[in-house]
Design a protein around this ligand. Structure first.
Ligand code: ZN
Length: 195
């Protein structure tokens, strides 16, 4: 038999970084990942990120709005304060962004970190883009950068946060606190010389 037949191999020979987390393998999520639960039309009309920007901030969980991009709370947070920074335009790929959008998303991401530090003192952050469904993007058609505040030991209560039915009210409170702490646009734009 060929030694590369897809069967188990020595973990030490595979790429990866042990991080101390247990893995819960959830193949039932594959239906969602492959789109069975999503609208057939993957266009802007069915996109929750496009709809959110047209709603009132309170209804769309919008935390802050810039000229070309905005910050919105994640309806399925990994942690309290988990938000996303994204362009108004319905584009999928990081290379689809124009330079001005790229800069504003960077500026909003930095502001989000400062605001979250001010109101909830996280010990760290996960910040990043999942590009494509295969990489974990639940809504791959509209690019969104995650900003996830992290605290020591926070993984212990992830399942509770993920399942609580009080989430909409909690999210509303979180949105209000973040929006109130968000500085004026003039205070967060990138200096011209860095563009
Ligand atoms: Zn969209």
């Amino acid at each position: 038999m060929d030694e590369h037949d897809g069967g188990p191999e020595d973990p030490a020979s595979l790429p990866g970084t042990p991080d101390g987390f247990e893995r819960l393998w959830t193949p039932h999520r594959l239906a969602y990942i492959t789109g069975e639960d999503k609208p057939a039309d993957d266009g802007a009309g069915e996109c929750p990120f496009c709809r959110a920007q047209d709603r009132r901030d309170e209804d769309g969980l919008v935390v802050a709005r810039g000229e070309r991009a905005f910050a919105v709370l994640n309806l399925y947070p990994y942690n309290p304060g988990h938000l996303m920074v994204l362009p108004y335009r319905h584009v999928a790929d990081y290379t689809d962004l124009d330079l001005a959008e790229t800069h504003e998303i960077a500026a909003l991401t930095r502001t989000a970190m400062r605001v979250l530090r001010a109101i909830s003192a996280p010990h760290g952050f996960n910040i990043g883009l999942n590009q494509g469904a295969v990489a974990g993007a639940g809504m791959a058609a509209h690019l969104h950068q995650h900003v996830v505040p992290r605290w020591g030991g926070d993984a212990n209560f992830l399942p509770i946060i993920g399942r609580t039915k009080a989430l909409p009210e909690l999210l509303g409170d979180t949105r209000a606190r973040l929006a109130a702490a968000w500085p004026d646009a003039a205070a967060v734009s990138l200096p011209e010389e860095t563009c």
